[in-house]
Ligand binder design. Structure first.
Ligand code: TRP
Length: 332
């Protein structure tokens, strides 16, 4: 059976972009396609400046939201990265497989380290080694497929390189995984800056819809979305990115086609109203279910405990095999 692994970082509140671009598909499609594991990757959230109390809240919230979005613990394995020591153990072995040069080439490292430096913050060493930990997340479960967005395909490529290099040097140990992306990728852009992705850590949140935003907040954000001043509405992601983003969001929410939807509108005002309604309706059941689950912390905790147990049982033999292959003396 195909093994599928993906993760979400609790670095900020989950966004509409995370939901439409990834999480909804994990729940509706991926968890039923094979043996699937989904992970709140809290160790990755330590690679940038963070507040411990906030991280704790966001990790619990992310797990609760994944359940609210429809991940079913009877169908898939849901857990928190730091609950399974094997990720960190394998990461070190992979650091001994990767070269300094190849991790410095990662686009996300270059971008994020430049940003941190510009803000006068120091760059954590873990920001550099982050893709190696990500490789460990994937390889430790022998995952075949990794559903991720475009910004992560370079990291999955690195994961493949490390798996192949390790296998070649020390004997076959790892499954070589591949990145998969949905045919219709819902790439949601910032409503205020349609040239950049709707990110959970954006400096300004005016253009970012969070899954747990109240309906009136969602409406306000969508109604204030930046569009161009051209006449009429057409789907032109290059020339008219703000309007195209609204059409993409509306299409992702209603199951329509953005080009075809464009033909139904004469003004951005009407498009914004319909998009706002559609987003509110898509998020409503998730918000409601989140509120129910959050009221029962014991339930979520139990799911995560069970998930970590299952994950550990899968991960342990892989790390044992990698330790043996690389020449570490078995503890006996
Ligand atoms: N780096 C991913 C992101 O920022 C999150 C992630 C961490 C991940 N480990 C992973 C995704 C392993 C897929 C597989 O979105």
């Amino acid at each position: 059976m195909t093994r599928i692994f993906s993760g979400i970082q609790p670095t900020g509140h989950m966004t509409l972009g995370n939901y439409l671009g990834a999480v909804r598909r994990w729940a509706q499609v991926d968890q039923h396609r094979g043996e699937a594991l989904f992970c709140v990757v809290d160790l990755h959230a330590l690679t940038v400046e963070h507040d411990p109390a906030r991280l704790l809240r966001l990790s619990r919230q992310a797990a609760t939201l994944l359940l609210a979005a429809g991940l079913d613990p009877a169908v898939c394995t849901l857990f928190v990265q730091s609950h399974v020591d094997e990720h960190a153990r394998l990461s070190y072995v992979l650091e001994c497989t990767a070269s300094d040069g190849e991790v410095r080439r990662m686009i996300q490292y270059k971008e994020k380290s430049a940003k941190a430096q510009a803000a006068g913050e120091s760059v954590r060493l873990s920001l550099l080694t982050y893709p190696v930990l990500m490789a460990a997340d994937i390889l430790v479960y022998g995952a075949d497929e990794v559903p991720v967005g475009d910004d992560q395909t370079q990291h999955v490529e690195l994961t493949r390189d490390l798996a192949m290099r390790f296998n070649q040097r020390y004997g076959h140990t790892f499954v070589v995984p591949r990145a998969t992306k949905p045919q219709v990728a819902a790439r949601v852009m910032d409503l205020q800056e349609p040239a950049s992705k709707m990110g959970k850590t954006s400096a300004s949140t005016g253009g970012v819809v969070f899954v747990l935003d109240e309906p009136d907040v969602v409406r306000k954000k969508v109604m204030r979305a930046v569009t161009d001043s051209g006449a009429g509405v057409e789907y032109d992601p290059e020339g008219r990115p703000g309007g195209a983003n609204l059409l993409d969001v509306l299409a992702a929410c209603t199951g329509g086609n953005p080009e075809e939807l464009a033909g139904r509108y004469e003004s951005y005002g009407a498009l914004k109203r319909d998009t706002a309604d559609a987003v509110v309706e898509v998020l409503r059941p998730v918000r409601e279910r989140h509120a129910e689950l959050a009221a029962d912390a014991g339930y979520v905790e139990g799911v995560l405990r069970k998930g970590a147990e299952l994950a550990r049982a899968m991960a342990r033999p892989t790390v044992d095999a990698a330790y043996r292959a690389i020449g570490l003396l078995p503890a006996g």
